[in-house]
Write a protein that binds this ligand. Sequence first.
Ligand SMILES: Nc1ncnc2c1ncn2[C@@H]1O[C@H](COP(=O)(O)OP(=O)(O)OP(=O)(O)O)[C@@H](O)[C@H]1O
Length: 637
Amino acid sequence: MADTVQDQQEQPAQQPTYTRRRRTPTPPPPDPYAILDEDESAPLYVPLKQRRAQLVSKLAAKGTGGAAAAAEKRKREELEEEEKERERDEEEARRKKREAQTLLMEAQEVKRQKAIEESAKTEQQKREEEEAKILAAQEATRKKLAGAEEVAKGIVYTERMKATWRPPHYIRGKSEEELEAIRDKFHILVSGDDIPPPIPNFRDMKLPKPLLEYLKKKKISAPTPIQLQGLPVAFSGRDMIGIAFTGSGKTLAFSLPLLMLALEEEKRLPFMQGEGPVGIIMCPSRELARQTFEGLNEMARCLEQGGYPQVRSLLCIGGISMAEQGQTLANGFHMVVATPGRLQDMLEKRKFTLNQCKYLCMDEADRMIDMGFEEDVRNILSFFKHQRQTLLFSATMPKRIQDFAQSALVQPILVNVGRAGAASLNIIQEVEYVKQEAKMVYLLECLQKTAPPVIIFSDNKNEVDDIQEYLLLKGVEAVAIHGSKTQEEREYAIKSFKSGKKDVMVASGVASKGLDFSEIQHVINFTMPKEIEDYTHQIGRTGRGDKTGIATTFINMQTPEQTLLDLKYLLMEAKQKVPPFLLSIEDPNVGADGKPIGCTNCGGLGHTIRNCPKLEENQRRTMAGIGRGGDSGGGGW
Ligand SMILES: Nc1ncnc2c1ncn2[C@@H]1O[C@H](COP(=O)(O)OP(=O)(O)OP(=O)(O)O)[C@@H](O)[C@H]1O
């Protein structure tokens, strides 16, 4: 455009043309240039040099103005960005606040719901929850019941032990309903997988003829409930927990399977010097171990006389010289009956090994653990080189011990006849209020209730001695047994009482555990034991097998109320007469249904785990670092 203007300006201006005739002057053609010249708005001519300079400065100006604008723009953008960021932050803060509010509200809602649930819970439910917590805390401190090596190497057995024994064909053919009907008939409760069938007669258990004859001779014609279910379980090689009343024949339920195993192993390959054992029975007291040992030997002799190979057993208890059994040790033996202390000692001294051992039974298993033998048992387990069949038996086995014991068992079967800890129904239980100072005199009167033999129990060793002395003075043939007596004194007491030479035996609680004195007519609890399980075991020395007996218990102001409550419920459960002074004791722990809640720790019905005397005692022992129970003594009772 500038060039055009320039061209126009450089051309010479044209002059107008004139003629003679008068003519109307025609307007000159439009001169674009003239118009341009006359147009004041037209730009003035600017020389090229100047225009270039102008252009340069314009461009320069344009350049600086762009930078400023860009800076302006950037600033604007930054501000916008800042604004956006602030908004974002605010939104985030709002969101967080909203969320926090939601969480708070949620928490409040949960709290509110909990409060509603809590208020809906019965006192009993609350108590149960609290008790479960106490129990869990207590159990958390317990170690697994397994050998140290197994724990260290992480060995966990999952497969059951193999056994050659099978129930007869026609029993295997019974339907599950038929088997359940048999269990119902004998009040047997079972739990576990693939439970072998109950067998209601010994013949069908495939016992050797000499053993059947032995049982017949002993007037044992049919298995008791724990035997008819427990024996098939044990013969099948299964781990088990057997719970049944005192005097209900548990000893046979674990002795027979060991004897059969020993026989089978001996038949397969006769035992030589230094070999064995194939199985162990552990008992919490020396007397009980000796009794079980004698029972095993008697049956083994019958087998031998009946033409079967000889199977030998070793008694391994404190207080006896092992030299007495030198012959057995030298010949090799199949079975061991032991108390934990002495057994551990023998194993540590390498008198024998458990390399061939396949069977381990703990009689009065809960007592053993309660008496502080838990660590000994664990040590003994560490001598096993491979899996074994493990069996636990007792008349009292609180849930706490059952759960704990399961850690040593593989796919166990629980066989339960009656409530664990319930008293035998063959016993008439009488409770009498006798003032402390009148006890001795009344004892004499009480002895008249039945003919001998009678057992009198007292918790206190000095009291045991005092009672015996008093009775001797009064002309009663009495012997005494407690933990501070020598082994000879203890053995003499048991022998003379068992043989009927002595009419009365005065004993501390120790003699209550599992001892089987036939025909005991009367048990007198001179002092009511603090723990109800001890009471159950003590009165259980009478009413054994199919016999009946009487138990008299003295109580007075010195008997703790909680113990009295436990006793009250035990009597009610066994449908016994409850004296009015026991009935009048109110139970602060009674459930909404009026029934006692009971203790999960010891099985007592008159208290809960919160005030369980046994739990307190255990805690006291743990704090004091005491191992074994007082009367058990080194080497095992
Ligand atoms: N099937 C049976 N029929 C009759 N009597 C039996 C039978 N089995 C065992 N007995 C007898 O019953 C008595 C008690 O048996 P055992 O000592 O085995 O009882 P327990 O259940 O172990 O008792 P505790 O819990 O006190 O140890 C013994 O004298 C025993 O001979």
